[in-house]
Design a protein around this ligand. Structure first.
Ligand code: SF4
Length: 346
């Protein structure tokens, strides 16, 4: 049996967009970042949802562009003593939990995630305490404190496999925080999942009817959908998966046209891996949608060039991630379980 907890949805204030930079200002910032990375023995670890110029800079400077699981692995394996994490705050925290000896800097600590914000530690702890017979599985998009309360951390790239594994052992699950991903995983595995009702403000905005109309305009296109999207959108997909899995699907599917329902930052990597294909953003501006809909995470967009310069130059409480040791040790346990499980899967 599966149950849902009702939670009121929350509207988050949108962060300011980075200031517009002229071409010469961008060039100046890029050169400065390259110099600072070398000077500080630092490497850039960027998420697929950051702006293309940030991803290009990470690649150019020997860093990585990846999903949150690969970002964590890369940061741990790289010899640099400082990690500059271009993403959102939980990614910086994860890097610090795994690498306490390294300095972890971020362009801004105000880069949040609606899934993390929508799953506060106190309420989540109560939720878990009220269901003590369930194994607690939390998505990587959560705070260190929520991870510390969990038995397992998971990313979307291995969510179905992990829940399938736990279900085969007869375990009942608490899943948090994304309701759409939890619902998707439940459908795939038929596991007994009690789901927290969080949502990603970007994926929650994809619109079914507008997507059907778009498919009508491009009947030869394949539809690629991230499972943080609503179930009705997932039902229209030719491929469903994490960011890395969608990039692979873009390459392997025979279609020359692809409609993509995830943050449009992913287009940078997709275009690199399949340059001949035509990519279309899945529609977010269906009936009832507002100008909030742009298929780009406003917090990921905060990772601008100037912010990276400031992060590297200033460090300190404005930019450096600190996690209390006691909390870090607790959060490390479910994170390591995930990494070991992912290694075994490979
Ligand atoms: S795209 Fe969604 S899940 Fe990813 S960081 Fe932004 S709000 Fe969070």
């Amino acid at each position: 049996m599966s149950e849902y907890i009702d939670f009121n949805s929350t509207i988050y204030p949108f962060p300011p967009k980075p200031a517009f930079l002229r071409k010469d200002e961008k060039k100046h910032c890029r050169e400065k970042i390259k110099h600072l990375l070398k000077q500080q023995d630092a490497v850039m670890v960027a998420h697929y949802y950051t702006d293309p110029e940030i991803q290009a800079l990470a690649e150019e400077t020997g860093g990585c562009v990846a999903d949150s699981l690969e970002m964590a692995r890369f940061g741990s394996n790289h010899p640099a003593s400082t990690l500059l994490v271009a993403g959102v705050r939980f990614m910086g925290e994860t890097a610090k939990i795994l690498n306490p000896e390294k300095r972890v800097l971020m362009p801004t600590l105000e880069a949040e995630c609606s899934l993390d914000l929508g799953c506060p530690e106190k309420e989540f702890t109560e939720f878990c305490d009220n269901n003590p017979d369930r194994t607690v599985v939390v998505y990587a998009n959560t705070s260190a404190a929520v991870k510390a309360r969990a038995d397992w951390v998971v990313t979307s790239s291995i969510a179905v496999e992990l829940i399938d594994h736990l279900d085969s052992q007869g375990q009942k699950i608490i899943w948090a925080p994304d309701r759409h991903l939890g619902n998707y995983v439940r459908k795939q595995t038929v596991a007994d999942i009690l789901c927290w009702q969080g949502a990603c403000i970007v994926h929650d905005e994809f619109k079914t009817q507008a997507l059907i109309r778009m498919q009508g305009l491009h009947p030869d296109a394949a539809v690629l959908v991230h499972p943080e999207s609503p179930q009705a959108v997932i039902d229209l997909a030719d491929a469903v998966g994490s960011t890395s899995q969608l990039i692979k699907a873009a390459q392997s599917l025979p279609h020359q046209k692809l409609i993509v329902a995830t943050d449009k930052g992913i287009f940078y990597k997709m275009q690199q891996t399949c340059p001949g294909k035509q990519l279309f953003e899945a529609p977010t501006a269906g009936e009832g949608a507002s100008c909030r809909s742009c298929a780009h995470c406003p917090w990921m967009a905060m990772n601008g060039l100037q912010a990276i310069v400031q992060g590297l130059e200033q460090g300190g409480v404005q930019h450096e991630i600190f996690v209390k040791e006691e909390l870090r040790e607790k959060a490390l346990i479910p994170l390591n379980r995930m990494l070991d499980f992912a290694t075994r899967l490979k």
